[in-house]
Design a binder for this molecule. Structure first.
Ligand code: NDP
Ligand code: X2W
Length: 342
């Protein structure tokens, strides 16, 4: 059994990790931290986990994380970078669900995240945990930078076109919408029901911190810099990301065949039949990224529709997928979930 620790167990990605790991079969939840709820049984705070998780939250200092085989950081940005070195030196693998190790250019990371990096020396070693791109590197890594939610949906949607070199990579557009759980469980005015319910708005139009992350991944695929306009929106749903992606074709290709070939062996990317429109509810609670590709009126604009559950393929599910790869387990273990409908 792999001994697992979770730092930040009271948040939405933390409780989602527990939901997935409780039915995984190959792990033992050894320690789950909370500063505010230390001492409280996990299942008392989250009755959905009654009968599945029988330990209590402990403080990060009491948690004996160095006795784990792997520690997930389901914490705000800036926490894992302070703790990772000690854990790695103790032989513990680290999966950071936050952004501390995602951007290879440390100065660029510091600019977007507004803080100094505490472990710049680890950034080069960290492997960006998008299995559909970096599977072999993930298998041998010690430190995983789990991708952001928007970056997962947007990169998986653009990658077949960029890798094949069939679009103008200087003028990509990603029009993306997220459910409110993407903002986490902390209390904030903009996520109150009366603010976010029955409402729809763009934010971060002038620049969102996921922009450099997406551009880094797409530039690696293009082997050249890319130009991207990325506009996120907050939608009045709890879970889900819907990314509508636009690119200009530079070659007349069968885009449906291109996507089907690229993802033929990818268990967690589903390319729908031509003409389909994926819905966020078709992936709710599951680890699948569901994609449809269109060429409206047969023109040279390709439109990709990409949906994920932000808490699963966009966070905790992808983190479990990465853990499975790190420990040589079947990649889909614990992730064979049929989404919840309606
Ligand atoms: N929500 C989403 O859809 C996605 C989130 N992410 C990223 O995952 C991370 C977690 O997100 P989410 O679960 O939504 O966040 P939440 O705000 O819901 O939870 C954050 C957790 O971190 C703990 N925490 C906060 N500060 C510290 C600290 N200084 N030291 C230790 N623990 C701390 C909190 O518990 P306590 O205060 O009790 O210690 C809480 O359990 C974030 O970095 C987020 O950006 C990534 C992709 C998608
Ligand atoms: C709806 C909402 O607020 N979403 C968050 C992004 C989700 C997230 O958790 O950011 P990381 O992936 O970088 O960790 C935001 O836009 O800030």
């Amino acid at each position: 059994m792999i001994k697992v620790g979770i730092v930040g167990g009271t948040g939405y990605t933390g409780v989602e990790l527990m939901r997935l790991l409780a039915r995984h079969g190959g792990v033992k939840l050894q320690a789950i931290t909370s500063r505010k709820e230390a001492g409280m049984p996990v299942a008392e705070m989250y009755p959905s986990l009654r009968g599945h998780v029988d330990i209590a939250f402990s403080t990060p200092t009491d948690a004996k994380l160095d006795e784990c085989d792997v520690v997930f950081f389901a914490t705000p940005n800036g926490i894992a970078m302070q703790e990772a070195t000690t854990l790695l030196e103790a032989g513990v693998k680290v999966i950071d669900l936050a952004a501390d190790f995602r951007i290879k250019d440390v100065a660029e990371w510091e600019k977007w995240y507004g803080m100094s990096h505490a472990s710049p020396g680890l950034v080069a070693e960290a492997v960006y945990g998008l299995p559909e791109v970096n599977r072999d590197k993930i298998r041998t890594a010690r430190l995983i930078a789990n991708p952001g939610c928007y970056p997962t949906a947007v990169q998986l949607g653009f990658l077949p076109l960029i890798e094949a070199g069939v679009v103008d990579a200087s003028s990509l557009i990603a029009d993306s919408k997220s459910g409110v759980s993407g903002a986490g469980r902390k209390a904030e005015v903009h996520t109150l029901l009366c603010e976010a319910g029955d409402n729809f708005k763009a934010y971060g139009v002038g620049g969102h911190r996921h922009l450099p992350e997406i551009k880094q991944g797409l530039a690696a695929a293009a082997q050249a810099p890319v130009g991207l306009t990325f506009v996120p929106h907050l939608t009045p749903m709890i879970r889900g990301i819907h990314a509508t992606l636009y690119a200009k074709l530079t070659k007349d290709v069968d885009v449906q065949a291109l996507f089907e070939q690229r993802y033929a062996n990818e268990r967690f990317v589903d390319v729908m039949p031509a003409g389909s429109t994926p819905e966020t509810r078709s992936v709710r609670g599951g680890n699948t990224c569901r994609i449809a590709v269109h060429r409206p009126q047969g023109g040279d604009t390709v439109v990709v529709l990409s949906v994920i559950d932000n808490l699963v393929k966009g966070a905790a599910g992808q983190a479990v997928q990465n853990m499975n790869l790190l420990f040589g387990l079947p990649e889909g273990q614990g992730l064979d979930i049929v989404p919840l409908l309606p």
